[in-house]
Ligand binder design. Sequence first.
Ligand SMILES: *[C@@H]1O[C@H](CO)[C@@H](O)[C@H](O)[C@H]1NC(C)=O
Ligand SMILES: *[C@@H]1O[C@H](CO)[C@@H](O)[C@H](O)[C@H]1NC(C)=O
Ligand SMILES: *[C@@H]1O[C@H](CO)[C@@H](O)[C@H](O)[C@H]1NC(C)=O
Length: 811
Amino acid sequence: MAKLKGNERSQKLKPRMSDQIDSNKSSVFKMSALNIILTIICIGVAVIFSYRGYLETRVNTPYDVDKLVNTAKLNNSERYWGSYRSGVYFGMKTRDPYSLVTGLMWYFPHFLRQGGEGLRHWCEQSDKLDRYAWLEHDGETFGVQEIVDAGAILNTSFVKKPGGRHGGDWTARIGVRSEKGERDGEEISLLFYSAIEEKTNGKIRAVLGEKNRLTGMEGNTEGLGFFTINLIPTLGDIEEHSFLATVAPGLHLLKETVLQNLRIASYKGSTKKHIVLGGEQLSSTHDGTKLEPNFIVTQVTAKIPFEFEISFESGSFIDRREKLTGERYEKALREKRQLFNEKFENIFKLSSKGYRPDEVDFAKMAFSNMIGSIGYFYGSAQVQSSYTKEPVPYWKAALYTAVPSRSFFPRGFLWDEGFHGLLISAWNLDIEVDIISHWFDLMNVEGWIPREMILGQEALAKVPEEFVTQVNTNANPPTFFLTLKYILDHNRDELLRKHHHFLEKLYPRLQAWFKWFNTTQIGDMPGTYRWRGRDSTTNRELNPKTLTSGLDDYPRASHPNLDERHVDLRCWIALAAGVMSQIAEVLKKPGSKYSDTYDYLTDNDLLNQLHWSPRTQTFSDYGLHTDRVILKRPTPSPRSQQSADMVRVVLEDPILRYVDSTFGYVSLFPFILQIIQPDSPQLEKILDDIVNPDLIWTKYGLRSLARSSPLYGKHNTEHDPPYWRGNIWININYLTARALHHYSKIEGPHRAKAKNIYDRLRQNLIKNVIWQYKKTGFSWENYGDTLGNGKGCHPFTGWTSLTVLLMGEIY
Ligand SMILES: *[C@@H]1O[C@H](CO)[C@@H](O)[C@H](O)[C@H]1NC(C)=O
Ligand SMILES: *[C@@H]1O[C@H](CO)[C@@H](O)[C@H](O)[C@H]1NC(C)=O
Ligand SMILES: *[C@@H]1O[C@H](CO)[C@@H](O)[C@H](O)[C@H]1NC(C)=O
């Protein structure tokens, strides 16, 4: 039975118009009556059009209350400069919409291939580096990174120094050595650049010294004022030194621009050939003036080991006593590192918990690479509503956010960010408040926040077309409530002391967000909720994906319809209502409607009525479902050349039922969001199911889907391998460990059992993530459930880094 929810609004308008026409009938003045009628019709049509226009623009109209981010103060902040180019191996930029950007590229001349293979710039899995990660990074003032490329270790570090009016100075040091001495003496070419975009209000130019060699760069931009960048070799001998000053077509084409300007040269008196940059490559306009460069690159070729410094100095920093270079740089870095290490131990207490130094080093890497890949993005996302014919641009906005993966997902994801927020809040509440502020400023007038934010040329260049448009009926788990709850539980005093104003301003946005979820995602039956965005018409997918739930291909009812109800979403809303009532209390606002909703949604009897399958004694979704679906290749017609894609074949009519032959992460939600009563029989059953190796228990953590589930390990289409159909994911495992910890601490008959499982699960997770890191050099998106091997993309220091909180037992 289909209901026309989307059309309700426009239907309401029509009767009103005809009512008016009826009531204006007059037999006396026929002409004027006709005029009136015509006028009214015109007004009516105008109303419909303007109402439609109004509906059309709602999707990209900002939510109309005070913004949380104060842009006027941006360049004053400790966080103005940073390693905010998440997707490059190394690059500094500011939190300006159109910042000056700086960055590093490198290659080994012997291994540079036509077409550019071998030139490193963006973090790419296809570069096949041995490893790379920030090993220490405090999110604000310094960082130390190691990149290992076929046995050569590139060490990139930076330290910032406040002063002047534009975010101060910074120095970076880039060193190359070889891991075991085996690449000593081999040549490497390092390229360091600065670039601006067309919309950057400012200029950059190359500074040339004797023999026309580039010694630095300088410039002037609106955000930075006047600045200089000096390049200072500090170790080793330079074999070749060349530069490029040119116009690049955009920040997404810097590597291509370099490749177009490389050529082979030999110097007088030498037969040796070098790959050099082309110098000044600026075309002139028709009146003969040269175009201004927007891209300046310097290249040094030297033998390993080699090291150089880049020192950025702000022109507004006038009382600078000493330069942040040479020994003073080393001293400053030493001090930063020491502070970092002390703070790390203070917060996570890993050494005092008895972790070995190599395990602590892993934790520092996992944490630092997460906080060190926080990015700053600017641009407009692409969104769509049912009232817009085509995708329309969101308003131009900035996003300061962590990212799941520097190589594969170097951009903001709404639900990932709530998990990142746990780790970041533990470290530095100011940073997390800043991140939350940016995300909530992206809310539109409907109370919706887009799920995936792809802002700016660089970010867009990394996204497949099908994922670009964000649809305003689609949700994503509201994990920021997890972060907020964490902050209220752990940093309440600091929050209220330093960020009270923020919380006050955030509150109306949280209310709008909650309302958006609690109205657009409700189910047909009272007390039920349903993820939108499932495709009910596809015959390609074995089980239509639920991208909005965050668990992509986790199996749900086979035939999406309005009767469906999703247990995980219901639990997310319960969590949200609980946190809303907590915040209302803190702010002394009336919050009873949130506590009522929380009580209602955590009422175990009602929950059991809606989601507890009596047959399997498990929590599950409900909907129009059959297990008997398969993918099959259609028999090719005699005339067709290629065989067609596989399609879904339904072998049995679906019926309304619990989706209870599926067991996995979704079944755990009432437990992991701590909704079930500690003395309930449901808790005991869940604990038993968790440790059952035929279901989800493995030596490496809990697999996402039980081995016994019909779609365990199955492709969704022949091109979509299983994703949340067995693999072990750290975010849900973290929440499970957190819940086990919770139920082991509160009074109840299952305490001891919970404690026992908690200890084992936690050990398994930590052991495997560290072991895989040692084995492969990376932290991974998810882990295989048979061998525990890293899978998906790498490095993935988004929620996989929650391992640090597991080690520190911080929940
Ligand atoms: C920030 O930038 C503005 C605009 O360029 C400038 O006027 C101001 O002095 C800068 N510094 C601070 C601390 O606001
Ligand atoms: C990286 O370089 C910095 C600066 O030279 C140095 O202090 C640090 O020890 C190096 N780190 C590693 C891991 O090599
Ligand atoms: C959430 O929605 C339900 C169903 O419409 C309603 O009864 C409840 O009051 C709402 N909760 C809040 C806090 O608005």
